[in-house]
Ligand binder design. Structure first.
Ligand code: ATP
Ligand code: MG
Length: 257
């Protein structure tokens, strides 16, 4: 039984001038604990897929199921992490971590313990009293990641969360995200423009094409690569051949669109 299933999902954006057909006939499934990446040209509908899974948008056609139930009736909890960290600058790191539990009116003492444990896991336990402005971009994204895990979501959605960071920070963050998700046995969908990032973090990669936005190819990442930490993956001989395959397909699809 699949954890998340998209069956023939299409989405149109309606505007004053007409409509944009953003997605057409998208079908894929994600198993529990699996890490999936979605890559494809700008405007092909990657972020739209995440918004549909998060329930922020309602698909025009098709169905999205979590544990075989329509997502709005399934109790699906989503964690969303974007390129921008959306930390509130006037709240310190602990207060930022506690926003979710406060909204949900949960037990705050327990939430504080969880927050400290998660900050510890991302190497920022000593920054609980600091304000976001005093942290580097990479540290802020690590806080954002820890905050995303506070509500123990079923599925984590990442929309280019590392793209604004410098290369070294990005590689380090890829490692800590991969570690943390494996440890917490989390299911994730990552949207990225970076083929290397997709290969190094994922179990499977979905390549999208444009006009209409749809999945054109699915790639399985070899097990040897999956078992390697993201930083080392880039030096694995199987990495280069998969990279070349994806690159070729990407160019093929951009050429016809
Ligand atoms: N709110 C909106 N209203 C109308 N059209 C939209 C809206 N959001 C996105 N679109 C259109 O839908 C299509 C898919 O957009 P989407 O943002 O999902 O693409 P993307 O693959 O995430 O692109 P990028 O890589 O640039 O982030 C694009 O043609 C875009 O112009
Ligand atoms: Mg996008």
């Amino acid at each position: 039984m699949s954890y998340l299933t998209l069956n023939n999902v299409s989405h149109h954006y309606f505007t004053k001038k007409g409509y944009t057909k953003a997605l057409s006939d998208v079908s894929f499934s994600v198993e529990e604990g699996e890490f999936i990446s979605v890559i494809g040209p700008s405007g092909c509908g990657k972020s739209t897929i995440l918004s549909l899974v998060a329930g922020i948008l309602k698909n025009t056609a098709g169905e999205i199921l979590f544990k075989q139930k329509p997502i709005n009736q399934s109790g699906l909890e989503i964690g969303y992490m974007l390129q921008q960290d959306y930390l509130f600058p006037w709240k310190n790191i602990m207060e930022n971590m506690l926003i979710g539990p406060k909204v949900k009116k949960g037990n705050l003492n327990e939430a504080k313990e969880t927050a400290l444990a998660l900050l510890d896991e991302v190497g920022l336990k000593d920054e609980a009293d600091s304000y976001p402005d005093s942290l580097s971009g990479g540290m802020r994204q690590r806080v954002a990641l820890a905050r995303t895990l506070m509500t123990d979501p079923n599925i984590l959605l990442f929309d280019e969360p590392f793209s604004a960071l410098d290369y070294q920070t990005k590689l380090r963050l890829e490692n800590s995200v991969a570690d943390l998700l494996k440890k917490h046995h989390k299911t994730a969908i990552l949207v990225t423009h970076d083929i290397g990032e997709a290969i190094s973090m994922s179990d499977r990669i979905l390549l999208m094409g444009q006009n209409p936005g749809t999945i054109v190819k699915k790639f399985e990442v070899p097990i040897e690569i999956r078992n390697e930490i993201p930083f080392k993956v880039r030096r694995h001989h199987k990495y280069q051949s998969l990279f070349d395959n994806i690159w070729e397909e990407l160019n093929k699809n951009e050429a016809v669109s």
